[in-house]
Design a protein around this ligand. Structure first.
Ligand code: COA
Ligand code: AMP
Length: 628
């Protein structure tokens, strides 16, 4: 069947389509109900199915001929370590870790926060939670104590699992002091903590609260998989929204497993037994979906890489790893390739490695700019596929469906909608637009399996943020268009979310921090283009009357505040002092115009503007500071 026919079937007969895809997995009880509504009126997949994600990802493969196949390869240039696990070894470790976690009183439905760097124990902890039916919530290691505290208070974990440190190139980032501070900041009752001591830094343990991973594992006994309902949550992954409070994206077990397994075939064209490498971090959705769950559900070997695209030790790092383990696919954010390109513009290092096993390079997480696309194709000689998705969906909304019918790539486009996603472009009134019309990218309901059914502890926010604006549609938060051939072009966020080096962050949250500075009367923080990181934040600030502070001092203080509250990954390092901000007559800051002026783009003066002269002033401030 052609892509078009498959896609049509997925939209017109979604239940038949996904029933068929669900059959590829080993359920304890195959679902009778394929698509139904929950008490909130949200579409749910496979509601009465019974299964266990860790069973599907590990035990099933051990029992069906993959026991001695490699499941996970750990390669850590930053610590000089390499380790490998077969499916049997990984299953056994996970079963023991599940026993260790259960010994702390954790059972089905309890939350466990995992705050770890890119070490195999992070995947073991995630899968161990899945084995118990406990809900994990992984927090990216680059987040500061305050961010961790917010997540602790929202998820109310029964246990926290962490490590003594992470390693950023050659910098040791001690996690334990951050964890201790977060527990201090949080109001949720201090849970038990299991800490993996790494040789690079010894964590001071709090007696009666902290347990040593290695010591506890010695006495732990392996436990079996707990059956869960398909709609029981597998994990909560917090992501940035438009306010300071992150959203706990809930992922259910069944729909997720089905979509993960299907996407490995349809989107990535990867077969069981192949090596799949997503060079991201377990703290992001890419790490959840394509470092941990999808490759294992598909019976592949996954690579856990604790390093960077450059400097660990050089710009040949990606090619070395892909070649050493004969990876069939490499998936990373465009930023990573921009960094490689900057460091090795002629791609000389690519020639040092045998990349014959590498079939395709995939990119996502931010817009893939055509120059980066072209450089990667030219220098590697490999097909490069952009694909667009979000934490909310867990897998591609649009991509080149290599396993169905590969299409000609159009640089700048994520290619075509994935089966199950009825992608539409809507105008301000919610009317579907025709080809090439630019508007809100939305997905007509029902969303396919794996997409979030709610926000943890806040269903109202889920409805407000995604469903309310255009009834019958999920609003993605991205803007763009679909061309005459049905190709989807994602042009960028239409809200206060930005992507910095492929990391999703909230400018709204940064704005709240900047506004807290005693000298700041008013401010706007928004994203501006950056040649390496895609986007970085820029703060425009109005100073309170009577306060004398220069731009550099203010910038340094704000930078320190944002690092302390969010983390270094926010990359806040640009502040402009202005005397007025463009506003509507009702007092709303015109952010879109600000963004356009900062980007040096053409803009239309909004009819609602209160003070048109403010725009000319901004243009000259931007020009003076050479922002672009
Ligand atoms: N833990 C602690 N700190 C972290 C961190 C982590 N896991 N990840 C990043 N940081 C810190 C960095 O050390 C840096 O700190 P500094 O300002 O004190 O030097 C800061 O956050 C900014 O990091 P980053 O944005 O990564 O910039 P960089 O200049 O260190 O590295 C790249 C640039 C391109 C090499 C890097 O951004 C990269 O590998 N990007 C790919 C991103 C990616 O794969 N994203 C996955 C989403 S799909
Ligand atoms: P995250 O939830 O961290 O995966 O970030 C999701 C957001 O990243 C999307 O809403 C987009 O704004 C952006 N994004 C992800 N992939 C792409 C892509 N291929 N092209 C353009 N933007 C992308």
């Amino acid at each position: 069947m052609s892509y078009k026919e498959i896609y049509q079937q997925s939209i017109e007969q979604p239940e038949d389509f996904w029933r068929d895809k669900a059959q590829a997995l080993p359920w304890f009880k195959f679902p009778h109900t394929i698509l139904s509504k929950d008490d909130n009126g949200i579409d749910r997949w496979f509601a009465d199915g019974e299964m266990n994600t860790a069973y599907m990802a590990l035990d099933h493969h051990v029992e069906n001929g993959r026991a001695d196949q490699l499941a996970l390869i750990y390669d850590s240039p930053v610590s000089g370590q390499k380790r490998q696990y077969t499916y049997r070894e990984l299953r056994d470790e996970v079963a023991k870790a599940a026993g260790m976690i259960a010994d702390q009183g954790v059972s089905k439905g309890d939350r466990v926060i995992i705050y770890m760097p890119m070490i195999p124990e992070a995947a073991i902890a995630m899968l161990a939670c899945a084995r118990l039916g406990a809900i994990h919530s992984v927090v990216f290691g680059g987040f500061a104590a305050n961010e961790l505290a917010v997540r602790i208070d929202d998820a109310e974990p029964a246990l926290i699992i962490s490590a003594s440190c992470g390693i950023e190139i050659s910098k040791i980032i001690e996690y334990k002091p951050l964890l201790d501070e977060a527990i201090e900041l949080a109001s949720h009752d201090t849970p038990k903590c299991i800490i993996l001591q790494r040789p690079q830094a010894a964590a001071a343990m709090t007696a009666g609260r902290d347990l040593d991973w290695n010591e506890t594992m010695v006495s732990a006994e392996a436990v079996d998989c707990t059956p869960v309902k398909a709609i029981d949550p597998l994990y909560i992954l917090y992501t940035s929204g438009t306010t300071g409070k992150p959203k706990g994206v809930v992922r259910d077990n069944g729909g997720h497993a089905v979509a993960m397994n299907y996407s490995m075939h349809a989107v990535y064209d990867i077969n069981p037994g192949e090596v799949f490498w997503a060079a991201s971090d377990v703290g992001w959705v890419v790490g959840h979906s394509y470092i941990v769950y999808a490759p294992l559900l598909r019976g592949c070997t996954t690579i856990f890489y604790e390093g960077k695209p450059i400097l660990t030790p050089d710009a040949g790092a990606f090619w070395r790893v892909a070649s050493e383990y004969s990876a069939s696919a490499l998936f990373a954010a465009p930023t990573a390739f921009r960094a490689i390109k900057k460091s090795d513009p002629d791609g000389e290092m690519i020639k040092d490695y045998d990349l014959s096993a590498l079939k395709t390079i995939f990119m996502a997480g931010e817009r893939l700019d055509p120059p980066t696309y072209e450089w990667t194709v030219e220098k590697t000689g490999k097909p490069v596929n952009d694909h667009w998705w979000q934490t909310e969906t867990g897998w591609a909304i649009a991509g080149n469906m290599l396993g169905l019918e590969p299409m000609t790539v159009k640089p700048g486009s994520a290619t075509v909608p994935a089966p199950g996603y009825n992608v539409k472009i809507l105008d301000d009134y919610g009317t579907e637009m025709g080809p090439n019309g630019q508007g809100y990218i939305a997905v007509k309901l029902p969303l396919p399996p794996s997409c979030m059914p709610t926000i943890w502890n806040n269903h109202e926010r889920f409805v407000d943020d995604y469903l309310e604006r255009f009834p019958g549609y999920y609003v993605s938060g991205d803007g763009g268009y679909i061309d005459d051939d049905g190709y989807v072009f994602v042009m960028g966020r239409i809200d206060d979310v930005i992507n910095i080096a492929g990391h999703r962050l909230s400018t709204g949250e940064m704005e709240e921090i900047v506004a807290d500075h005693p000298a700041v009367a008013e401010c706007a923080v928004f994203g501006i283009n950056d040649a390496l990181k895609g986007e970085v934040p820029l703060g425009m600030v109005l100073i309170k009357d009577g306060i004398d502070i220069d731009e550099e001092t203010l910038n340094n203080e704000l930078k320190a505040m944002v690092r302390k509250k969010i983390g270094a990954i926010a990359c806040y390092n640009k502040t402009l002092i202005v005397t007025r901000l463009p506003k509507t007559r009702s007092g709303k800051i015109l952010r879109r115009v600000l963004r356009q002026i900062a980007a040096g783009e053409e803009y239309t003066v909004p009819s609602t503007i209160d003070d048109p002269a403010s725009l000319a002033e901004l243009e000259s401030v931007i020009k003076d500071h050479d922002i672009n």
